[in-house]
Design a protein around this ligand. Sequence first.
Ligand code: MN
Length: 429
Amino acid sequence: MTLNATHDPSRQSWVESANTATCDFPIQNLPFGVFEDDGRGRIGVAIGDQILDVAAAIETESLELEGTVACALCSETLNQFMGLGSSAWHAARVGIGDLLSADAARQDRLLRPMGDMTMRLPAAIGDYTDFYAARHHATNVGRMFRPDGEPLMPNWLHLPVGYHGRASSVVVSGTEIRRPNGQLKPEDGPPIHGPCKLLDHELEFGAFTGPANPMGNAIAIAEAMNHLFGVVILNDWSARDIQKWEYQPLGPFNAKNFASSISPWVVTMEALAPYRSMGPARQADDPPLLDYLTPTPGSADAIDVTAEVTLCSAAMRESGIEPMRISRGSLSDLSWSFAQMLAHHTSTGCPMRPGDLLGSGTVSGPEKDARGCLLELTWRGTEPIELPDGSQRKFLMDGDELTINAWCERQGAARVGFGSCTGKILPAL
Ligand code: MN
């Protein structure tokens, strides 16, 4: 994707808070989300510490867009807008950027203070699929669960492995997470039913799909990026003890269906254009890719996003201790791109609908502090993390609050942030 005037790093907004160097939401970002207004969803765009009320901008003719685009942006979710495709997304981005530019007249009446607003899920998510695209994560997990075999399963290097997740349990950042009950298998006894003891997070990113493909029609890899609207932070909460007992032969089920949190602001693929990269090269002895998964030569389908995970226990909060950083990862460590995931997902003719969610899988890099879940960070609980309140963590305890922040930075481009994705653990019922 080519860069255009909306990416110009020197561009400023009349919303002063958007012009600071550390702001997640400068005028070059313009992510879309849905805030609550009088019990209804309303589409907004984040700018500095404010939300632009997009429907109000359209109603007052401060923002003039073609009829179908304007209509989609006045609905309660982003699904319709996501379905319109890249020329509509670009037109809206240009119009909103011009409206918020420092060259334009101030229109404070179109703003809502972000801190006062309740955010909703950006889309009604019809389907959610979670992949397993980071080689270091798949290798680490393979080493722990199958110490005697090859860490990577034979299919992993040939296709982006995934499972169909549970869209109904995707929640927006800030939603409290209830520790699940489930069937557990103690080492030396029969299965029991009770609270999960090995509750984990997974640092991931999610991509929202754009225009639908009719059932039976695959989305070709060369077209895949045009079918992806944007990216959010995703925390795929995981019950490792439930997972260990249930996962063979059909994969995760109850271990993954109680909650997955996403950040409220969808950073569009166009906003991410300055941060596209080639991703890690395939290794010399890796098998060649089949044609339907082979990217167009030179296409930079990876995205350089850095993420940081922090943990804050109840005792830390009570003593005023800052959250502790437990890991830092990069989306560019993924071996399979979102474009490859989408091409593979639809290669059977599986129809995607606007607002479906594709999870990247746990983002883990080569370094120990780049491991994206506690299972890997504590090596299945054998190397606990020391918290500043004097306690240890192998897995998450009740009262723990886990937060993921993410951002893109590159010389010659404006910093673009994702905001945060957070959730606090409540005790099991
Ligand atoms: Mn996952």
